[in-house]
Write a protein that binds this ligand. Structure first.
Ligand code: SF4
Length: 193
């Protein structure tokens, strides 16, 4: 399995913000979003046993499998091993890769990218959290996506003035559409990993 990094921190964004978590970042993605801040080239090959050994020292129950696009590589057997170790498995996905029936993930956080990339339709069958990166786009395309939790996260455009505009617009949208909640990239605000 191509692994970009494994590290321990707090979940910085979305429904589980503030939760201590072990992050397994799998390398590679099928999309190329303009705002992507992931280094897709750096990785090492690790076996599932290697990954379990890297996870073992950390006390948190919560595991976040992220990417890149983790659904390109995540296997039912790794999820099973994490469950046997008592872990809760959250996957952060762009939703373009359908889940195999045997993949017993506990929580899918799906951040669709059909507004930003050509040919990025939503193919994931079931979504727990819909997390929309907000760049001021029309929100109607997300109305029909069923989820338990709806998170609206202003895009980090690396431009302070534009970021402030998007934050204000996201707050206004959430206030007017209260099934949504505001998600901030708190790890950036707090200078965490
Ligand atoms: S889907 Fe996520 S990881 Fe892939 S290019 Fe877009 S932002 Fe980066």
């Amino acid at each position: 399995m191509r692994v970009n990094e494994i590290f321990y921190s707090l979940q910085g964004e979305g429904h589980f913000t503030g939760t201590p978590a072990i992050f397994i970042r799998l390398a590679g993605c099928n999309l190329r979003c303009g705002f992507c801040d992931t280094d897709h080239r750096a990785f090492c090959e690790l076996s599932e046993e290697d990954i379990m050994q890297a996870v073992a020292p950390y006390p948190a129950r919560h595991v976040v499998v992220t990417g890149g696009e983790p659904m390109l590589q995540l296997t039912p057997s790794l999820v099973e091993r994490l469950h046997r170790a008592g872990k809760f498995v959250q996957v952060e996905t762009n939703g373009t890769v359908p889940a195999a029936d045997a993949l017993a993930v506990d929580w899918y956080t799906c951040s669709p990218k059909f507004d930003f990339c050509p040919d990025a339709p939503l193919r994931l069958q079931s979504v727990d959290e819909l997390k929309v990166v907000y760049c001021g786009q029309p929100m109607e395309p997300y109305d029909g996506i069923a989820a338990k939790v709806y998170s609206l996260q202003p895009c980090d455009c690396s431009d302070a003035a534009r970021n402030a505009e998007l934050l204000a617009a996201a707050i206004a949208y959430v206030e007017a559409h209260p099934r949504w909640t505001l998600s901030l990239q708190t790890h950036k605000l707090l200078h965490l990993r």
